[in-house]
Design a protein around this ligand. Structure first.
Ligand SMILES: [Ca+2]
Ligand SMILES: [Ca+2]
Length: 142
């Protein structure tokens, strides 16, 4: 009997611990190409939910909002959004609408990948992405 009580209390402790871990904040986010951003913030790439425990959260360099105020992205309301940046590999290097993985001429120089000494071209194939998140989905859905 004592043993059963011990196991039960252990389970309760475990349950409390697990439910404590689930208390994370989630945000509604949109991502933008930093090269191609408009001040109206209309041409976002995708919108998605992001929680602090997601792997993606750690891939993003989040700005310190107090520090960033008056920074270069003045059209962003830092009272509304949390702001982050992420460097991602350009999924379509020559910009022809065919993703690199399906593109038989990734850099678009007319030489097929198999014959192309520099199939991914000479440019830096990393694009910077701006990520704006808010816990208020009404604001970002406007
Ligand atoms: Ca392409
Ligand atoms: Ca090529």
């Amino acid at each position: 009997m004592k043993h059963a009580i011990k196991i039960t209390s252990l389970l309760i402790i475990l349950l409390v611990f697990l439910s404590g871990c689930k208390k994370e904040t989630c945000y509604y986010c949109k991502n933008y190409d930093l090269d191609n951003i408009d001040t109206e913030l209309e041409n976002y790439k995708t919108s998605f939910y992001l929680c602090e425990n997601d792997d993606l959260w750690d891939e993003i360099v989040w700005q310190d909002n107090d520090y960033a105020q008056g920074g270069q992205l003045t059209f962003i309301d830092y009272d509304v959004y949390i702001v982050g940046f992420r460097a991602i590999e350009n999924p379509d290097i020559d910009g022809n609408g065919i993703l690199n993985e399906n593109d038989n001429d990734i850099d678009g120089d007319g030489i097929l990948n198999e014959n192309d000494y520099t199939s991914t071209g000479f440019q830096i194939n990393i694009v910077q992405e701006l990520i704006l998140c808010t816990s208020n989905s009404l604001v970002i859905n406007q």
